[in-house]
Design a protein around this ligand. Structure first.
Ligand SMILES: Nc1ncnc2c1ncn2[C@@H]1O[C@H](COP(=O)(O)OP(=O)(O)O)[C@@H](O)[C@H]1O
Ligand SMILES: [Mg+2]
Length: 896
């Protein structure tokens, strides 16, 4: 969550750079003086002769000087307004040239650049339109006797025929060139004559929305309290039962393994010849120095890692534990669980997801209560798990929840990876006693990797597997016989040392047997093999030296070296790819089989079907949202904040129609390109909006899956399917998405004078959010949690800005050239379509002539609006599908 403020900061910095680079001088300054009617025309009262212009009406050259013309016309204030217009010379102005009074008339709604008797043009021009009386286009103001049109001034609106100007009424806002005043939407206070509406009442609306959300959360809290009371009752009933025991497991497992081995693709052998048996109703402690292969052993046995040699028998029949995934509990070393949920939430969810579907729901909840009572967690049942930032249950209690998550699923076999690491010795002993109780009372097969147990904790285990470096057995048998075995090899444990610690030192080769300083760890492995075969513990008297590495490498010829260095790694890559494809194909086949044969039951355990699983996962996702309610509200404020900044950035951007052609004909040549174009900044508004939404959306969407990947891996390894999980999270995100888009929209309109309807802007922002959110899903599926922010920023800049159609320009992209082969990127960019959609809806209500009569700029077209919305939706769908497959197809080893 920390990255969100950072992202916003980055967003703001970036946007401010963009604002600065908007060059207001070009878009605003050059035409605003015209618009506000403040053209500086020298006063006509100044005599022409005083300006040293030697005007001689008989001299054609003098008459053609445009500066003469500019002195004839005059800017005047329209009566009862502050608006200016450019007046033709009036008789009362008393403008004379060489003694002749100059004046001409013009009707309202027209402008007359000159008098209607321009003989020069009449005689020589091929242009038939020689009448200088030109209709004034909508958006301009031409009262009677206008020499040139002016933009309808702000705070007023003009009639479509440009004849009349009226003060903007109260509750409406009239920016420059207004024909239709825009309603303030009740979100702003707009007195008569308003030219801008700062909609600060939005904050009141936001406050009301926050109140509604808080009330909804409070209702949920009340319902929760009722539910808690129900569980408390159940707990009391459970306490009335005398014994804290669980029912025996339905199927017991005796797991026999022979010669288990693993050689890594690099050729390193990390496990070799591990043989033995794990029996039901007994606990086994797996110990060994760090890196000895304890985790590897558990992974090989459960099928999480693929063994390269060895056989596994289950209840004396060759079989694989992988098949019985639903009956195997695996407690990982880290407490992988959703930290914002309560102990009960987690255990109930685990039970409902993993217990047989034909088991009564009440019984499942009863099971949870039993486990809670059994694990002595009843007093913290309603506490959240918590993490480093938010205090929750203690470390020992979390460990017990970690075990409880597996116990509620009624497994027949329970593997635990270092369940006592990080716990104090008393709590560690508690956990070990608990394991013993489970195994003995339920007949479960329990094996736990244990790290430096106290003598008491060590003695709770029935069996003991000691591994040495290289993944080979040093001892495997009853715990109480272990010391006896080592003593028969000549080891003597000092009285003041714990036997468990001493045996660990033996396995690490740190202590030697009495009078046998030459004994090394490999000798211990061989001694164990001999003991297993002949039942007699002894070391070889005469050691046959194995060729050491140096002599071996010396004997390697060139071909062998080439094979090992170059061919083997290549071969392993091919092998990995092959295995990966086979794995995916098998899963796809099983998925299709399951989809087409609905009635086919899982012979091992029929767990809730895809629909029930969806509902359960949806409920959990909603619970996460509810438990994170403060975060939820803060997140929404962040969206609001992003919107406000974007709104500020676009507050001065608008569309102002182009001047009539007749005006451009008399414009100085250097200004002609500006005159011929409308002052169009609406595309930039779209780019800012899309950029803001993409940044905020990616960041918010990335948190949906990005922060709970490990939980997803744990759940899938316990049999959860990705489809219901993905859909449940997606559906649970809908309220977040809707409110985030609403917050952004409300903030966006605070300073921006929009002309489209509010709901139209909301729809466009919402769809863009959906696309950005889905993009966030994808990024979180492929990138690690730490890289999420950086990759998200890159994506937002790439898609939100470069591929938005503004820079590079869409018309350039479509014209081919450099973009011939990459032009399709713009077609699959949601921001590009969002910018167009906003542009179309913003331009539609504007009544400038060129909007209605000429093709739109940027290759846009009014007919494309529905297509734009569909395209954004399709792109969002595409990102969501990509995110799903990325989740499914990456890190497959962790799904097992
Ligand atoms: N997939 C793997 N790739 C490379 N090395 C591995 C892999 N799995 C295990 N190892 C190596 O095998 C040895 C045993 O690992 P592990 O079973 O995790 O030891 P531990 O006994 O501490 O649980 C370590 O040296 C580890 O680096
Ligand atoms: Mg380990």
């Amino acid at each position: 969550m920390l990255n969100k403020p950072f992202l916003c900061l980055l967003c703001i910095l970036f946007l401010s750079t963009l604002v600065l680079s908007q060059s207001p001088t070009q878009t605003q300054a050059q035409f605003l003086p015209t618009v506000t009617g403040s053209i500086s025309i020298p006063s006509p009262n100044v005599s022409l002769n005083q300006l040293a212009l030697n005007v001689n009406t008989s001299d054609l050259n003098s008459l053609l000087d445009p500066r003469i013309y500019s002195l004839l016309i005059k800017n005047k204030t329209y009566p009862n307004t502050h608006c200016m217009y450019i007046s033709t010379p009036r008789p009362e102005d008393n403008i004379t040239v060489n003694g002749q009074l100059i004046h001409w008339d013009c009707p309202a709604g027209f402008f007359c650049l000159g008098p209607n008797n321009t003989n020069i043009i009449n005689n020589n021009s091929t242009n038939s339109n020689t009448n200088s009386t030109v209709p004034c286009p909508p958006g301009f103001f031409c009262p009677e006797n206008s020499a040139q049109p002016v933009y309808c001034c702000e705070g007023y609106y003009c009639s479509k025929d440009a004849k009349n100007i009226t003060l903007c009424p109260a509750d409406f806002v009239c920016s420059i060139g207004t024909v239709d005043p825009v309603y303030c939407d009740r979100l702003a206070i707009c007195p008569a004559g308003s030219s801008k509406a700062n909609k600060f009442l939005v904050f009141v609306l936001v406050f009301l929305i926050a109140i509604v959300i808080i009330v909804l959360f409070q209702i949920k809290k009340k319902r929760d309290q009722l539910k808690n009371a129900k569980y408390d009752r159940l707990l009391t009933e459970q306490k009335l039962r005398l014994e804290r025991t669980l029912d025996p497991v339905k199927k017991t497992f005796d797991i026999e393994f022979e010669n288990l081995g693993l050689i890594l693709p690099s050729g390193i052998e990390i496990m070799k010849g591990v043989s033995g048996k794990l029996t039901h109703g007994r606990t086994c402690a797996i110990m060994g120095p760090s890196g000895a292969g304890k985790t590897t052993f558990v992974s090989l046995l459960t099928g999480k890692a693929k063994r390269t040699s060895g056989k596994v028998k289950i209840n004396n029949v060759p079989d694989s534990l992988e098949k019985y995934r639903k009956l195997i509990g695996f407690v990982p070393q880290e407490d992988v669980m959703l930290r914002e949920l309560t102990v009960r939430d987690i255990l109930v969810h685990s039970a409902l997801m993993r217990l047989p579907s034909d088991m009564d729901r009440k019984l499942k909840k009863q099971k949870v209560i039993e486990v809670i009572e059994f694990l002595e967690l009843s007093h913290v049942m309603e506490s959240i798990i918590g993490n480093e930032e938010q205090r929750g249950v203690s470390g020992g209690q979390r460990k017990r929840v970690n075990i409880g998550m597996e116990l509620v699923a009624e497994p027949s076999v329970l593997f635990l990876d270092e369940p006592t690491s990080g716990l104090d010795s008393a709590t560690a002993l508690e956990v070990c006693n608990l394991l013993k109780k489970i195994a003995h009372s339920q007949g479960m097969t329990v094996a736990a990797v244990i790290h430096s147990p106290s003598p008491q904790a060590f003695n709770t285990f029935d069996d003991f597997l000691l591994l040495g470096k290289g993944g080979r057995i040093v001892y495997f048998g009853p715990t109480n016989k272990a010391m006896e075995y080592f003593e028969s090899l000549g080891y003597r444990c000092p009285e003041d040392e714990s036997p468990a610690d001493y045996m660990m030192e033996v396995a690490a080769g740190k202590v030697k047997p009495v009078n046998r300083e030459d004994i090394t760890v490999p000798d211990l492995f061989e001694a164990w093999e001999k003991y297993r075969e002949y039942g007699k513990a002894s070391f070889n008297n005469t050691k046959i030296g194995m060729p050491d590495d140096e002599t071996e490498s010396a004997s390697r010829n060139c071909c062998q070296a080439f094979w090992v260095e170059f061919c083997l790694p290549f071969f392993h890559i091919i092998q990995d790819i092959g295995e990966y494809i086979a794995d995916v194909t098998i899963e796809l086949f099983l998925f299709l089989k399951r989809s087409f044969c609905f009635c086919q039951r899982d012979p091992i355990r029929e767990t809730p079907n895809i629909f029930i699983a969806f509902l359960l996962l949806f409920k959990r996702a909603c619970l996460q949202l509810y438990r994170n309610r403060t975060q939820f509200l803060l997140d929404q404020l962040l969206h609001l904040g992003c919107g406000i900044f974007i709104s500020l950035a676009v507050s001065n951007l608008d569309y102002i129609g182009k001047a009539p052609d007749q005006i451009c004909q008399i414009t100085p040549y250097v200004l002609l390109p500006i005159c011929l174009r409308a002052k169009d900044s609406i595309q930039n508004v779209g780019v800012f909006m899309a950029l803001g939404v993409t940044f905020a959306g990616i960041s918010a969407g990335g948190s949906t899956f990005g922060y709970e990947k490990v939980v997803y891996w744990r759940d899938t390894s316990a049999g959860m399917r990705t489809v219901p999980y993905f859909l449940a999270k997606l559906v649970a995100d809908i309220p977040r998405l809707l409110i985030a888009a609403l917050m952004f929209t409300l903030a966006f309109i605070i300073f921006y004078s929009f002309k489209a309807r509010l709901w139209q802007i909301y729809i466009i922002i919402l769809l863009t959010y959906v696309a950005a959110w889905a993009m966030g899903y994808f990024i979180s599926a492929v990138a690690s949690k730490e890289k999420l922010s950086l990759v998200g920023t890159g994506f937002a800049l790439g898609w939100g800005m470069v591929l938005s159609g503004a820079t590079p320009k869409l018309e350039d992209v479509k014209s081919g050239g450099t973009f011939t082969y990459i032009g399709w990127f713009w077609d699959i960019s949601a921001p590009r379509w969002a910018v167009e959609a906003l542009y179309l809806k913003e331009l539609e209500p504007r009544l400038w002539d060129e909007i209605k009569t000429e093709p739109l700029g940027h290759t846009y077209s009014f007919n494309d609006y529905p297509q734009c919305l569909w395209n954004i939706l399709l792109i969002a769908f595409g990102w969501a599908v990509l995110a799903f497959f990325a989740m499914k197809l990456t890190n497959r080893d962790k799904h097992k």
